[in-house]
Design a binder for this molecule. Sequence first.
Ligand SMILES: [Zn+2]
Length: 261
Amino acid sequence: MKVVRLYMNNRLRNFNYIIGCEQTQQAIALDPMDGEAVIAAAKAKGWQIKLIINTHEHHDHIEGNPVVQQATGAAIWASEHAMTKIPNVAKGLVANEIIELGSMVFKVLPTPGHTPVHVCLLSLSEDTPKLFSGDTLFNACAGNCFNGGDVDQMYESFQRELLPLPDNTLLYPGHDYMKNNLAFSLAWEPSNEQAKYWQVAVDNLTPESMPLMTLGQERQYNPFLRLTNKEIIQGLQSHCDPLVKSPREVFRALRAQRDQW
Ligand SMILES: [Zn+2]
């Protein structure tokens, strides 16, 4: 399996992914926004796009669907709950469904929160799992919930689907927000050495050259994966709500703060 990451160079800083099987040259276009760019990148690799998969229904994750579908004939798959929200979905994916294409194997993780129909894809065909997290888990942050989402569902998706994943899981998020998110991490946990290290390390990098991070690394600086951290909890108690204590309350309070960041 090989992953091509395309940066969209737009205000929303989207990443598009083309995931190819190097044995069969079959590929998946994940959340295509710029259909022409996705088609060109697949062509450059000699890949045939067989499937379009959308993590959720927001326009910046589906608007390349028609162009890619017209050029390749690829079917569009998305959550079973997205079939009325995304045009031309041919197959509704159910929780824990296994998707196979060539030698590639993925599991569908139901991760409502950013929107009610959101799914993540987890690759299972290699020693290093790859998590295509859409707008659920970002580098150093969680996705927002203010465009049809629900913060409690997001918290539960994190606990149920993401926390159990192994540390070596590579993260492929839907947007490049890492620099801004690390500043948010440090605002709530100023003593976090890993957040400081990565803030310096990525400062001069372009979005195209941002590093791929593992879940183990994310656990070290992503506040939404550090819900029992004393410094974060004490900061939220003194600046927001003295009663914030449980992991769910911390998650909610952090997300509310991030909305105003
Ligand atoms: Zn979105």
